[in-house]
Design a protein. Structure first.
Length: 189
């Protein structure tokens, strides 16, 4: 039960970070956002640093789950199928999961001033790149580890641009599909 409660509190924390930045992340605000009794968040996360770390852990957990869902790293697929999956993931991140991605970028910027948070986020980034390298290796990529670095960077750039750029530059699901196919073809050579 406590793990479910901690996940719910971390999810609420991520929503608050997306809405108000890290200044909006307080124990009381998380209690209100999660709809739990006052003091619940501080019971599980005594300090604000513990709360921020819990949000980072939850963010990593959800991002890795998104990358590994469907077993794409375990079977070979066509470039078109991989592009469809990539477009679906980017679409999900800029629509349904926009708050989580905004929180991720906010936390990344904040980590420039917090070395302990930077280490945690960089470790998470390595996990994501390793998961992507495994997918690329299964798909026959000649240099999966180095390709995963630029591939993830490109996807991050697109997601950031779509979340923060002007509305007239918003990409449709079809636009994302074209972009994903270009990335996949470049990655697989």
């Amino acid at each position: 039960m406590s793990t479910d409660r901690q996940s719910a509190l971390s999810d609420a924390g991520l929503r608050l970070i997306a809405q108000d930045g890290l200044r909006g992340l307080t124990h009381r605000a998380v209690d209100a956002e999660a709809g739990v009794p006052l003091g619940s968040t501080s019971y599980y996360f005594r300090t604000r640093d513990e709360l921020v770390s819990a949000c980072v852990r939850r963010l990593v957990e959800l991002d890795l789950l998104a990358l590994t869902t469907g077993g794409i790293g375990e079977r070979r697929v066509t470039a078109d199928e991989l592009a469809d999956l990539g477009a679906d993931l980017m679409w999900q991140w800029i629509t349904v999961d926009a708050d989580r991605q905004l929180a991720r970028f906010e936390l990344l910027l904040h980590s420039r001033r917090r070395p302990e948070l930077a280490a945690q986020l960089h470790g998470a980034g390595e996990q994501v790149r390793a998961a992507m390298a495994a997918v690329l290796e299964t798909q026959g990529c000649a240099e999966p580890a180095s390709t995963a670095v630029w591939f993830v960077g490109c996807v991050d750039g697109v997601v950031l641009d779509q979340l923060t750029g002007p509305a007239e530059r918003r990409m449709s699901r079809a636009d994302l599909r074209v972009l994903a196919l270009t990335l996949v073809r470049a990655a697989l050579g």
